[in-house]
Structures are given as structure tokens and as C-alpha cells.
Design a protein around this ligand. Structure first.
Ligand SMILES: C[S@@+](CC[C@H](N)C(=O)[O-])C[C@H]1O[C@@H](n2cnc3c(N)ncnc32)[C@H](O)[C@@H]1O
Length: 275
């Protein structure tokens, strides 16, 4: 056998042996399989999935979340990119009409047009890309998501004064909260940091007009964070009304725009667009 071919086949054998689909051995691809059934149970219960619901699971692995999701009676589409996991998932759920296993990349897979929920233990490296996809109100019908993400990432997503306008905008359209902290020992192999159960729910009561105005207010506030809040709001309503509205929400009108929480901008947009 040529030298390069021998090396290659040794690498392939090693790759197969190390793959968590086969051995559960440590890996460096962000594949931390859930081993604590109480975490899966909490996520599934929090999602509210039940008969008649459509649930998309992203990065299904060996099915630690797929199985309890299917047990709720919901229709589950389990998306998994790795063909070795896909083969195992297809064998495991062969007799279950409620589960469809799709081999695809979660970042590009077609998402349904009708309302659906997402439940996922996703690789940390693609958390932002997935949220960007799921929470873009123009392209998604997602009703809510229960995600396991890195603890620090969850803190940034739920900060009342997020650093990025994009996160502020997500918060205006969706409620984002942390349901619990998940220790490394709940996964195999254990990651080096804590994780969080991030809960995302669409704000059903936000009208299009309110969302549009909230977006403009947030854009202005993030572009000019030191500008007085009364001036940011005053660009849309007479100054006196801006002053009154801010005072009624507990904001000192000359305060910097950056000191106003996202939910207050949203409420102000609601006041101004209410019919
Ligand atoms: C953290 S593991 C979780 C597996 C399983 N959900 C669990 O909780 O045990 C992440 C899974 O996502 C898969 N994955 C990684 N990147 C992906 C992508 N871009 N699209 C779909 N699946 C992906 C990995 O192969 C792996 O199975």
C-alpha cells in the first residue's frame, strides 16, 4: 500500500473510533451530547410541544432530545449534518411516523412557513448564525425556541442593555430569558464552560407598526447612545409629548438614549402606534 494511502486509512480509522457516534470519546467539533435526561425533559416541557405541533430539532446527534420530543405527540423534524449520526437516528426512529430525520446543515435547511417551535442543543460555534436565522421576523414563522447555548452567550442575549443593535432588535420581537444553568457534567464529553437553557418566545402582541417604530428608535439610540432620550423620541412626536411619555415610563428625559432598556423603547413605540 502506498505510504500516503496507509496514513489516510489510519486517520480514517482513528476518525471513526473518535467519533462520538461510536465511542463518546472527546472531540473538538462542539459535539457535546446530552447525557442528563432531566435536562432534556425540562427543555421539552418548557417548549410546550404537544400533539399537532411542529418541532424542528437542530443538530439531533443521537436523539437525546428527539425521543422525548416525539413522546409528546408533536411532529418532529430532526435536522443533523453528520451522516454517521443521521444513519443512527434513522435506525432509532425507523418505526416512528412522528419523526423525520433530515440530513442538512441547520444554517441553510428550509424552515417551515407555518408556525413551528425549535428545540436544540446546538454547537456553540453556530449559535449566533442560528439565532440570526430563526429570529429574523421577515423570514421565519418560529413561535419559540428552547436552546442549549454557552452560558456567556445566553447572558449577552438576555442583557437588558445589549451591546449590539441586532440583539436589541431580537429582544424587541422576542422575549429572551434564561430558564436554567446546565453544568458541564450533563454532557458527554463535558464542555469546558457552563451552558444555559435559553428560552425564546415571540412577542405575539407586538403589531407591525409598533415593531417598525421600535426598530427606528433602537437604531437612533444605538447610533447616538449619548443623545438625550427625549431627542430620540422627540424625532417622532412633539417634544412635550416625548417628555411626558418618558417621564411616565420612569425615564428622566435628558438621560442618555443608551440608558433606556429595550423593552421601554418597545413600550414607547406601542404607546405611539396604539390606535
Ligand atoms: C452539541 S451536539 C448535540 C446533539 C444532541 N442534540 C444532544 O443533545 O445530544 C450538536 C449536534 O449538532 C450537529 N451539527 C453540528 N453542526 C451542525 C450544522 N451546521 N447543522 C446541523 N447539525 C449540526 C453535530 O453533528 C451534533 O450532532
Amino acid at each position: 500500500m502506498p505510504r500516503h494511502a496507509r496514513t489516510h486509512s489510519r486517520q480514517n480509522r482513528a476518525g471513526r473510533a473518535n467519533h462520538p457516534a461510536n465511542s463518546g470519546a472527546p472531540n473538538h467539533a462542539g459535539i457535546h451530547l446530552l447525557r442528563d435526561p432531566s435536562v432534556s425533559a425540562r427543555m421539552v416541557s418548557s417548549s410546550g410541544a404537544g400533539p399537532g405541533d411542529l418541532v424542528i430539532e437542530l443538530g439531533a446527534g443521537l436523539g437525546a432530545l428527539t425521543a422525548p420530543l416525539a413522546a409528546t405527540g408533536a411532529r418532529v423534524i430532526a435536522v443533523e449534518r453528520d451522516p454517521r449520526f443521521v444513519a443512527k437516528l434513522r435506525r432509532r426512529f425507523a418505526g416512528d411516523d412522528g419523526v423525520r430525520v433530515v440530513e442538512a446543515d441547520a444554517r441553510t435547511v428550509m424552515l417551515p412557513h407555518r408556525p413551528y417551535r425549535v428545540v436544540a442543543n446546538i454547537p456553540y460555534a453556530i449559535s449566533t448564525a442560528l439565532l440570526r436565522r430563526l429570529l429574523d421576523p421577515e423570514t421565519t414563522s418560529v413561535a419559540g425556541a428552547d436552546l442549549l447555548v454557552e452560558w456567556g452567550f445566553a447572558k449577552r442575549m438576555t442583557d437588558t442593555h445589549p451591546r449590539d443593535l441586532e440583539v436589541a432588535w431580537w429582544q424587541a420581537r422576542f422575549e429572551l430569558g434564561i430558564a436554567g444553568r446546565v453544568r458541564p457534567g450533563s454532557f458527554r464529553p463535558a464542555p469546558s464552560v457552563d451552558s444555559a437553557h435559553l428560552v425564546v418566545r415571540r412577542r405575539a402582541d407586538v403589531s407591525r407598526a409598533q415593531a417598525r417604530l421600535a426598530r427606528r428608535l433602537l437604531q437612533d439610540a444605538y447610533r447616538q447612545p449619548r443623545r438625550p432620550a427625549r431627542d430620540v423620541l422627540g424625532a417622532h412626536v412633539p417634544k412635550k409629548r416625548a417628555h411626558r411619555l418618558l417621564t411616565s415610563t420612569g425615564i428622566d428625559p435628558p438621560a442618555a438614549a443608551s440608558s433606556v432598556p429595550v423593552t421601554t423603547w418597545l413600550a414607547l413605540a406601542g404607546e405611539l402606534t396604539a390606535t
